[in-house]
Ligand binder design. Structure first.
Ligand code: NI
Ligand code: MN
Length: 226
């Protein structure tokens, strides 16, 4: 059985059998963090883009346990310069990993280091586990091609940014859920900082108003997927 744990912000920990996949591990400096960095020992780290609240502690974790970081090419080149184990991909490409098939999708956002080095395009990611498919939108505004992502994949769980300002706000996020039509939508990227304050229960009720199921996860909460 697969599980997904919401670590807060855009960070999730997926477990299935012997595989542990950590997405966008923003731990240090995250006021909503509830886990200890040293307790995170994933086999894989998936990065949607290089902004500090997504790249987060990925380099330190991978240095410690040699976790394979899966990311777009330009960010991977940067990681290779640092000697970090990584698998470079790009938008529209998929690859069969031991845990399942992973494909990067478009996301409308930016991706650079704090000192301005270009880190390639930001991305979303579709991860097909044995029986469940998860779509992590990354940081993005609403885009019509989300309909295509929903048509090409039967999405079981959609992880949707709702915090506004840098990404979709609640109303656009609800439209995104309508486009993708997942079995379950889970809000993310909210209330980490005052500028992305949002009420996840408003998102949930607005999803339910269009007959889409949504669930608000507590920081640290684990959800069983099958
Ligand atoms: Ni970002
Ligand atoms: Mn962000």
């Amino acid at each position: 059985m697969a599980t997904i744990q919401y670590l807060s912000h855009s960070a999730f920990l997926i477990k299935e059998d012997e595989n542990t996949i950590l997405i966008d591990p923003f731990i240090t400096g995250n006021p909503n963090n509830v886990v200890k960095l040293e307790d995170l020992n994933p086999n894989y780290i998936v990065l949607t883009h290089a902004h500090g609240d997504h790249l987060g502690d990925a380099i330190e974790i991978s240095r410690r346990n040699n976790a394979l970081i899966i990311c777009v090419n330009e960010l991977g080149v940067y990681l290779s310069e640092l000697g970090i184990n990584n698998h470079k991909m790009h938008i529209g490409g998929a690859y069969n990993f031991p845990f399942g098939r992973l494909k990067f999708t478009i996301a409308h956002h930016g991706s650079s280091t704090n000192d301005g080095r270009y880190m390639g395009e930001p991305a979303g990611v579709v991860i097909q586990l044995k029986n469940k498919t998860i779509y992590h939108c990354g940081d993005t505004g609403l885009f019509l091609d989300m309909k295509l992502i929903g048509e090409l994949n039967k999405i079981d769980v959609m992880l949707v940014p709702i915090g506004d300002n840098f990404t979709m706000g609640i109303d656009d996020a609800v439209i995104a859920v309508d486009f993708v039509n997942p079995e379950l939508a889970i809000p993310m990227h909210y209330n980490t900082f005052p500028i992305i304050s949002a009420d996840p229960f408003e998102f949930k009720s607005k999803c339910e108003a269009i007959n889409k199921k949504a669930k608000v996860l507590e920081f640290g909460e684990v959800l069983e997927l099958s």
